[in-house]
Design a protein around this ligand. Structure first.
Ligand code: AHR
Length: 515
């Protein structure tokens, strides 16, 4: 047998590479980019008049036996405060382009009853309207994000809404607001100018919508947008890059602050698969869609940069999350689904992607808050449960408004049926107090993965760990066992010589926090 002889430097090099390769993946933290802050608005939510999202989910009415504050469930208020909900998008979604805000103000007996044509054809009595929503946001300490009606509304209607909620002086809409019991304006900054205008918002071409957008945006403020509105154009669905191209080309920069993007982790629109009893094949497909967010953001940003090299316009992913077949026995138009460890994987990995793009992604909204799609909470009469997605959102609050620490990842794959996905995802930040936080996700369905984190120039003191994991991917919380999945203390990591070695169990989310 031929013998190999190593010279001393080569031998040393091999030893150090061997020690590196002993871990499945390597992460290097770079020096923080002082200018890049992970906006807390990346952790935003979305509540539409859809199924049991508003009625039953958030709002039970002041006369309900369920403890409430001005009709909104106290358990939900507390849960949302605990995840420091930064903003809430309302009233849709598709519903937004059928919603006439004046239907939802003034005495209840004068509010018209309408039909919610998009979502189950149910009766909407408009008992939850502008005041209810904006007062709720105040109670939560969240910024409201109002989605205006462009599809079936009028320019004056949207311009009046802005005046109604934002004007402090003497004006017809400020007078009406005062007559309805609210003296001071709410000062709403975030405004969507329509929703999914390529589909439920009016089946428009991007060229047509871009012109319409210019008209609506013009009358939402004054010449200089001195009200400081953040106007968000209805964006592309997934990889419709032409849509973004036309909007960026045709809308002048002084009329637009953000352009939206919607992308759901859906297997196939005509057969989305079950929310709980899914197979590994379905899990792999869901994660393929979820991780595609990286490519979508990169490609939309490339187009935006062409027209906006100064980066004045933000990318706003105002609808994202997992979408499955509705739970059996529920109204198909209500989009009610359970939430498992698969959803925790979508949340952890997607939020890492957003964090790592924090220079351009300034806001995102998980669809949706309560009882709809990838909800953070589910309700059943007086009962409420927090989902695995909720717990990921709670663990990641440490990243809100923290300085991004860029990461380099030399990863390992999750392989299924001959196809591969990156198994590990990571993002890191430094808080105002100078504490480092690192969030790690291992999406592999079976394999424990070890990760070596090289801290580079950063000095990390002692760290605490928290983990969300479970025995089966399909595990979830139920109304009888709401604490089945909750984050636990995590100790499976070692800090030595400027590195952290972490052992990540299959399908787990871990947060390492400097003490
Ligand atoms: O979130 C549910 C629906 O999905 C929204 O109403 C619409 O914007 C999207 O198609």
């Amino acid at each position: 047998m031929k013998k190999f002889k190593f010279s001393f430097p080569i031998f040393l090099f091999m030893c150090s590479s061997l020690s590196v390769l002993a871990q499945d993946a390597q992460v290097s933290l770079q020096s923080p980019e002082d200018s890049v802050v992970i906006s807390r608005h990346i952790y935003g939510h979305f509540a539409e008049h859809l199924g049991r999202s508003i009625y039953d989910g958030l709002y039970v009415g002041p006369d309900s036996d369920i403890p409430n504050t001005d009709g909104v469930r106290n358990d939900i208020i507390q849960a949302l405060k605990d995840i420091q909900i930064p903003n809430l998008r309302w009233p849709g979604g598709c519903f937004a382009d059928t919603y006439h805000w004046k239907d939802g103000i003034g005495p209840q007996e004068d509010r018209p009853t309408i039909v919610n044509t998009w979502w189950g054809g149910v009766t909407e009595d408009n008992s939850f309207g502008t005041h209810n929503f904006l007062n709720l946001c105040e109670e939560l300490g969240a910024e409201p994000y109002l989605a205006g009606n462009v599809g079936s509304g009028e320019v004056k209607e949207l311009s009046d809404w802005v005046q109604y909620v934002n004007h402090d002086g003497v004006s017809p809409m400020a007078k009406l607001r005062r007559e309805n019991g609210r003296e001071k304006p709410w000062n709403v900054k975030y405004w969507g100018v329509g929703n999914e205008m390529w589909g439920c918002g009016g089946n428009m071409t991007p060229e047509f919508y871009a012109n319409l957008y210019r008209q609506y945006a013009t009358f939402m403020g004054d010449w200089n947008n001195s009200g400081g509105l953040f106007r968000i154009a209805s964006g592309a669905s997934e990889d419709d890059y032409h849509w973004t191209e036309v909007l960026m080309r045709d809308i002048p920069k002084h009329l637009i602050e953000g352009v939206a993007l919607h992308s759901y982790s859906v297997i196939e629109w005509n057969d989305k698969g079950p929310a709980v009893e899914f197979s590994e094949d379905q899990y792999f497909k869901t994660m393929t869609k979820a991780l595609r967010m990286e490519e979508l953001i990169n490609k939309h940003l490339e187009i935006m940069d062409k027209y906006d090299p100064e980066h004045e316009v933000a990318l706003v992913v105002d609808e994202w999350g997992g979408w499955y077949n509705v739970e059996e026995g529920t109204n198909p138009g209500f989009l009610y689904q359970q939430n498992t460890m698969r959803d925790a994987m979508i949340a952890g990995a997607t939020l890492n992607i957003f964090n790592n793009h924090a220079d351009r992604v300034k806001m995102a909204n998980l669809a949706q808050t309560v009882n709809v799609l990838q909800a953070v909470a589910l309700t059943k009469e007086e009962k409420m449960l927090l989902t695995p997605t909720y717990h990921v959102m709670r663990m990641y609050t440490v990243h809100h408004d923290a300085t991004l620490i860029p990461v380099e990842l030399n990863g390992v794959n999750y392989t299924y049926n001959g196809k591969s996905l990156p198994a590990i995802s990571v993002s890191a930040s430094k808080s105002e107090e100078g504490k480092i936080h690192i969030s790690l996700v291992n999406i592999d369905s079976k394999k424990t993965n070890t990760v070596e984190i090289n801290l580079g120039d950063l000095e990390a003191g002692k760290m605490d760990g928290e983990i969300l994991s479970s025995a089966n991917l399909q595990d979830h919380n139920t109304f009888d066992d709401p604490g089945n999945i909750t984050p636990k203390e995590f100790k499976d990591f070692k800090i030595k010589n400027g590195t952290i070695e972490v052992t990540l169990p299959p399908f787990s989310v871990v947060m390492l926090s400097e003490k």
